[in-house]
Design a protein around this ligand. Structure first.
Ligand code: ADP
Ligand code: MG
Ligand code: MG
Length: 393
């Protein structure tokens, strides 16, 4: 019989789908000595999969055990997610990511805050180096049957001209933010307040956005680059609200800050058999070293503008007519923001939203999309360019 705890010696490389190491990891989560690995538990694995795993371990088959077949996902992903036995997803970080990493603490927090509109978190696995550094190796969550991400389901909504879903998105985002603002043993003090800093100060919101704009201008060539350069003054003017966190009394009270999702776009919202779920709490892969405490408006702006991207995708891939999509996007964004604020208010957290920041954060996000396209995915450029061209005719 294979010793389940021996898997820790076989994790020198990121497992391949089907090599049996992902299923083996699940059986090893409860081993007593995992050094140099460390396991954090959030919720117990469902009994059914735990039972199947223990039978498979006893049949001593390391790869492709009977009841716990591994498979991958056929979608664009940054990391390598493996489904085990159609019940559990193990997301192997490629490569393992140096701490600080938000996901494990956020999982612990959301679990105690009772936020359930996500893939139930089971465990996180990290590895400690001899030099005391720690890297995040894997995240273990529930598999959500029949899940499709927003780059699929929301494009269907756009092509059909439906906007009712946007209210569900608003409710989901408000629930997440309210949960983030609720104290837990992990985050006893979850809400902070912005301290006004002079606009060009290092790390200020304005500087971060201005740098994204400069980078987008530098990296976007051709006709798009010329068009952008002509609008750079207008775009920069749109960032002005970030220079002084505004709103009544903000200079004294400061804009409330919470741990935001950090990469909240429709692709992170799964529509699955039982509803919607927001996933992927790794933060924004295009921003390094961002303060985990941000205005809620940053997430809401990113989610809103991702609806505009969905619209561009529908035009390009579904032949949806431009004017129809313009109307769809305008309605969907309004419905989303209204439902968000209504729910946030109902949950007693209306103060979390500083609306004056939304427009500027949206511009910053479009710049980030352009930078991302230039660096990693040139064929994506049409989406942010389409949005900007429609907003700055
Ligand atoms: P990445 O950081 O690589 O983007 P995500 O956590 O966003 O990873 O997952 C990538 C994709 O895998 C998702 O868009 C979704 O299609 C699928 N997926 C991830 N987690 C689950 C889950 N728990 N259940 C079903 N599908 C999932
Ligand atoms: Mg991610
Ligand atoms: Mg993702």
């Amino acid at each position: 019989m294979l010793n389940p705890c021996s898997i820790w010696d076989r994790l020198d490389t990121v497992p391949e789908v089907g090599d049996g190491r992902t299923a083996a990891l699940l059986t090893a989560l409860t081993c007593e000595d995992n050094a140099p690995f460390a396991v954090r538990h959030f919720r117990p694995l469902p009994g059914e999969i735990a039972g199947r795993l223990s039978i498979d371990t006893q049949s001593s088959s390391a790869a492709g055990p009977s009841g716990t077949v591994e498979r991958g996902f056929d979608v664009d992903q940054t990391n390598r997610s493996v489904v085990v036995g159609e019940r559990v997803v193990v997301k192997w970080l490629t490569p393992p990511a140096p701490f600080p990493q938000p996901a494990p603490d956020v999982f612990a927090h959301l679990t105690s805050a009772g936020f359930t509109a996500t893939a139930t978190p089971y465990a996180s696995v990290s590895r400690r180096g001899a030099d005391g550094t720690e890297v995040l190796v894997a995240l273990v969550t529930a598999y959500l049957p029949e899940a499709r991400d927003g780059w699929e389901w929301c494009v269907d909504e756009a092509a059909a001209g439906r906007t009712g879903f946007a209210a569900d998105l608003g409710v989901l985002a408000a629930g997440l933010h309210a949960a983030m603002a609720t104290p837990s043993p992990t985050f006893p003090d979850p809400v902070r307040h912005a301290v006004p800093v002079p606009a060009p100060a290092k790390g200020s919101w304005w500087l971060r956005a201005d740098e994204a704009l400069r980078e987008a201008l530098a990296l976007t060539g051709g006709e798009d680059g010329d068009w952008l350069a002509e609008r750079s003054g207008a775009l920069r003017a749109g960032l002005a609200p970030l220079a002084a966190p505004a709103g009544a009394g903000a200079e004294t009270a400061g804009t409330p800050l919470i741990r935001v999702h950090g990469d909240l776009h429709v692709g992170q919202v799964l529509r699955w058999r039982d509803g919607y779920a927001v996933i992927d709490f790794d933060g924004n892969p295009t921003v390094t070293g961002a303060d985990p405490f941000q205005p809620a408006a940053r997430d809401l702006a990113q989610l809103t503008t991702s609806l505009e991207h969905v619209g561009q995708v529908a035009i390009r891939r579904r032949d949806a007519p431009g004017p129809m999509i313009a109307e769809w996007a305008a309605t969907a964004r309004a419905v989303l923001q209204e439902a968000y604020l209504e729910r946030l208010t109902a949950l007693g957290h209306a103060a979390l939203l500083d609306r004056s920041l939304l427009g500027a954060f949206e511009i910053e996000q479009e710049c980030r999309e352009l930078v991302y396209a230039a660096r990693h995915l040139p064929r994506w450029r049409y989406a942010p360019m389409g949005v900007l061209r429609s907003q700055y005719p």
